[in-house]
Design a binder for this molecule. Structure first.
Ligand SMILES: Cc1cc2nc3c(=O)[nH]c(=O)nc-3n(C[C@H](O)[C@H](O)[C@H](O)COP(=O)(O)OP(=O)(O)OC[C@H]3O[C@@H](n4cnc5c(N)ncnc54)[C@H](O)[C@@H]3O)c2cc1C
Length: 442
């Protein structure tokens, strides 16, 4: 029996602000894709989705059709000598690691959650804590197969214009059927890590510039509840793969679960406590070195399933911007001052410096400079107003916002932030669309 589209309960993205019904099909075999794509048209466009870890509306097509790719999760080939893996687009990074790690290989780069599909990793050209050393996920992709709604199929490789539109292309150039990428060698599954605290964001910029030369993985947690002399105080985490240790992969499931929506106030109390306890640990350790398995270092939030329920039933926004090097320091300080003054920031935000690696996709988000990512509990107009204020700072700093995290960016800011968007538009499959794309391309 062929797979059909069925009305869904409401679907939401990770931020849970937008919830909408869709017609959903979940194929189990790739030869079902052609029949499903035939139902998409310019009048009734559809979209492929993965594990729905994008926060905003780039993976939503309210009222329309979506193909849930997560049952297309077969490993097609792995060469244990070269590290080249080919797998169906619904394979998660978590599943890929279960194969790679015991054989001494790792993902070339990984976002802060392993519950992301290969299709989603390509469509957002995701980055990780090692961006300054390794670039984005797309930089490791050697081939991919794309199906378009006109029935055409394309095997694409770097150099092909449609490849560079598809990497970072938000699922709008076609449905990715499989992805082939090059893994990297690791000596063990452990990292030699080091945490250093800083009292002001100025120190972060000095320390991070130095750390990039000596450490493959760098990122900082920043406290957004304090201003003045403690503005942007935080902890810079640094790590390199350890030559000691074994090749044991992570535990597959999360250890704890958020069973239901927490009342909105709970988050602040919990994260403040978490931050204070990290600082306390640092004091005890005097910021000394430690050895850790990759799981808690690279995927700290994956330990709690459905942690997004911590923000309550109205959900939350994540605001992630990238500012170019020339404006990064002054712009970040202005952003932090605005967030602190609003009293709306969750106490923990993330700062990370991006490297100079050339972008792979026409819409790839990272650019040389600094990225700031922070969650805002959805408080309706107050939150939208704060983000509009932040937008003005980002725009005047010549920055951009990350579509994977966004659910409300105005068209003008998207278009100024991604100057190649018109070139990209020429590659969009007219039978595909998303709530995000309809807003920003208007
Ligand atoms: C806790 C957490 C931490 C994160 N940390 C980072 C980070 O450090 N760096 C980073 O870059 N991102 C990060 N992200 C964002 C996440 O990596 C991206 O949103 C990723 O694209 C999600 O993949 P997914 O499989 O969930 O795809 P979805 O969210 O379901 O879809 C994402 C996009 O991919 C498209 N898509 C999915 N599958 C296909 C396919 N087979 N063919 C064509 N298009 C497809 C969709 O249409 C959509 O546009 C984080 C997210 C969370 C929840």
């Amino acid at each position: 029996m062929s797979t059909r589209f069925h009305p869904s309960d409401t679907l939401a993205s990770w931020g849970r602000v937008v919830k909408a019904t869709h017609l959903v099909a979940r194929p189990r075999f790739t030869d079902e894709l052609a029949g499903l794509l035939a139902a998409f048209s310019a009048a009734e466009p559809g979209l492929a989705v993965g594990l729905r870890r994008s926060y905003g509306d780039s993976n939503l097509n309210p009222g329309g059709r979506v193909i849930d790719m997560t049952a297309l999760d077969r490993l097609i080939a792995f060469d244990r000598d070269t590290g080249v893996m080919r797998a169906e687009a619904g394979v998660s990074l978590s599943q890929a690691l279960q194969v790679l790690v015991p054989l001494g290989w790792f993902l070339p780069t990984t976002p802060g959650t392993r519950f992301v599909t290969l299709g989603g990793a390509v469509a957002n050209d995701v980055h990780g804590k090692n961006h300054h050393a390794a670039g984005t996920f797309g930089a490791s992709v050697t081939r991919l197969k794309l199906r378009r709604t006109d029935g055409s199929m394309h095997e694409l490789a770097p150099g092909d214009p449609l490849f560079h539109a598809t990497v970072g292309g938000l699922g709008l150039t076609g449905v990715i059927e499989w992805v082939e990428f090059r893994a990297v060698r690791i000596p063990s599954a452990d990292l030699d890590a080091h945490d250093v605290s800083f009292e002001h964001v100025h120190e972060y910029f000095d320390m991070s510039a130095e750390a990039k030369n000596s450490h493959e993985h760098t990122m900082a947690w920043v406290d957004c509840s304090k201003g003045g002399s403690r503005l942007g105080r935080g902890i810079l985490s640094l790590a390199n793969w350890s030559p000691r240790g074994d090749l044991k992969p992570h535990h597959e499931g999360p250890k704890k679960k958020m069973p239901m929506d927490a009342p909105g106030f709970a988050l602040n109390a919990i994260t403040v406590r978490a931050f204070n306890s990290i600082r306390h640990d640092l004091k005890t350790m005097r910021g000394g070195p430690y050895c850790t398995h990759y799981e808690p270092f690279l995927y700290p939030l994956d330990a709690i399933a459905h942690w997004n329920r911590l923000y309550g039933a109205k959900g939350f926004y994540q605001y992630q911007c990238a500012l170019p090097s020339e404006t990064a320091r002054a712009g970040t300080i202005e952003l932090l001052n605005t967030i602190v003054a609003s009293g709306q920031g969750s106490p923990l935000a993330v700062l990370k410096d991006f490297g100079a690696n050339p972008p792979v996709g026409l819409l790839s988000f990272p650019r040389e400079g600094t990225t700031l990512a922070i969650d805002f509990r959805n408080q309706d107009e107050d939150t939208l107003k704060l983000m509009a204020d932040l937008d003005r700072i980002v725009a005047s700093a010549g920055g951009r916002l990350y579509p994977a995290k966004d659910g409300r960016i105005p068209a003008a800011l998207f278009q100024s932030g991604f100057p190649k968007w018109q070139e990209f538009r020429a590659h969009v499959d007219p039978g595909l669309s998303s709530a995000f794309w309809r807003r920003v391309s208007a």
